[in-house]
Design a protein. Structure first.
Length: 277
C-alpha cells in the first residue's frame, strides 16, 4: 500500500531490497509512506493511516500497469511493472567479484528480473570519502554504469550511517564538536549528491538511526550532536537538490518499522518532527 502525507520535503517509504526495509523519504512536494504489510496508524485516531483526520491518504503509484501485462510477465520486475511498481535488489558491485561472475551478471542484467538496484556497500562513507574532503567515486561509478546499462532505477545508499565510517570520522585527530562534525556531514552530502546527480532516483539520507527498542543509536553522530544531526542531514540534502536542480527523492531508511513496535513509533515521530521544522 502507498500512503501519502502531504508536507514539504520529507517522506516515509519502504524500499524493496534484500531485506524488509522501511524508509522516510524527502521530496519537494509529498511524503510517501509505503508498507508491504500494514499501514502505520495515526497516533491521534484509532483509524488507519488512510484516515483524513490523520492527514494520510492513498496515493496512486507513479507507474501504470494492466492485468494483461501481469498475465504475460516473465519475471518479478515484469509482474511488478504490470501493477505500477518496480522490483529491486541489492548488489555488492564492485568488491565481491560479482561483476566478473557470468552467472550472477546474467541474472543482474536481465531486466525481467530486477528494474531497481541498491549498492550494498560502495556508496558508504568509508569508500566515498576515505580521507576528509578526499573523495573516491571510482567503484561507485562502476556500479552506476552497470545499473544504467540495463536501465535500472538506482536507490543510492547512504549519506549517513553509524557503520562503515572512515577512521577520520570515528577516531579524529582532534575531537569533534557539533560545529565541526556537522560541517563535515554537510560537505559530504553536498559533494556526493553533486557527483551522482539524478543518476540516483532515491537517496537514503539517514540510515538506521534507531535501535530495535526505539532508542537512539549511541554513535558518533548522536554523541556529538544529539538527534539534530538528522535534520542537518536532510536540510543539506534538500539544499543540494535545489542547488544542483536535482529530482532525486530523499529517504530516512530503516528496518523493522512496518510493524507496531517502539521503533516504528519513533520513526513516525521523526517524520512529524521533520515536518514541524
Amino acid at each position: 500500500m502507498h500512503v501519502v502525507h502531504q508536507f514539504d520535503r520529507t517522506v516515509l517509504a519502504t524500499s524493496t531490497t534484500s531485506r524488509s526495509t522501511t524508509s522516510v523519504a524527502s521530496s519537494t512536494t509529498t511524503a510517501v509512506i509505503t508498507s508491504t504489510t500494514t499501514a502505520i496508524p495515526s497516533t491521534t485516531s484509532s483509524s488507519s493511516a488512510t484516515s483524513t483526520s490523520s492527514g494520510f491518504e492513498l496515493v496512486t503509484p507513479t507507474k501504470t500497469g494492466t492485468t494483461s501485462a501481469l498475465a504475460s510477465a516473465t519475471g518479478m520486475a515484469d509482474a511488478a511493472e504490470a501493477i505500477g511498481r518496480y522490483f529491486g535488489t541489492a548488489a555488492d558491485i564492485p568488491g565481491t567479484g560479482e561483476a566478473s561472475d557470468p552467472y550472477y551478471m546474467a541474472v543482474f542484467n536481465n531486466s525481467h528480473n530486477f528494474d531497481q538496484v541498491t549498492p550494498a556497500n560502495i556508496m558508504k562513507w568509508v569508500y566515498l570519502e576515505p580521507q576528509q574532503n578526499v573523495f573516491d567515486f571510482l567503484g561507485a561509478d562502476e556500479f552506476v554504469a552497470l545499473a544504467k546499462a540495463t536501465d535500472k532505477i538506482i536507490r543510492c545508499h547512504n549519506l549517513n550511517w553509524y557503520q562503515q565510517l572512515p577512521t577520520w570520522i570515528t577516531n579524529p585527530a582532534t575531537p569533534w564538536t557539533n560545529e565541526t562534525l556537522m560541517a563535515a556531514l554537510v560537505n559530504h552530502i553536498d559533494k556526493v549528491m553533486y557527483h551522482f546527480g539524478d543518476s540516483c532516483y532515491h537517496w537514503d539520507v539517514v540510515n538506521e538511526a534507531f535501535n530495535d527498542d526505539g532508542t537512539w543509536r549511541d554513535d558518533i553522530w548522536y554523541q556529538t550532536s544529539g538527534p539534530s544531526y538528522i535534520s542537518v542531514a536532510f536540510r543539506a540534502a534538500n539544499a543540494a537538490k535545489a542547488k544542483y536542480g536535482l529530482k532525486t527523492r530523499l529517504y530516512y531508511n530503516d528496518y523493522n518499522i512496518e510493524y507496531l513496535y517502539p521503533k516504528s513509533y519513533m520513526a513516525q515521530q521523526l517524520v512529524k518532527n521533520l515536518t514541524a521544522q
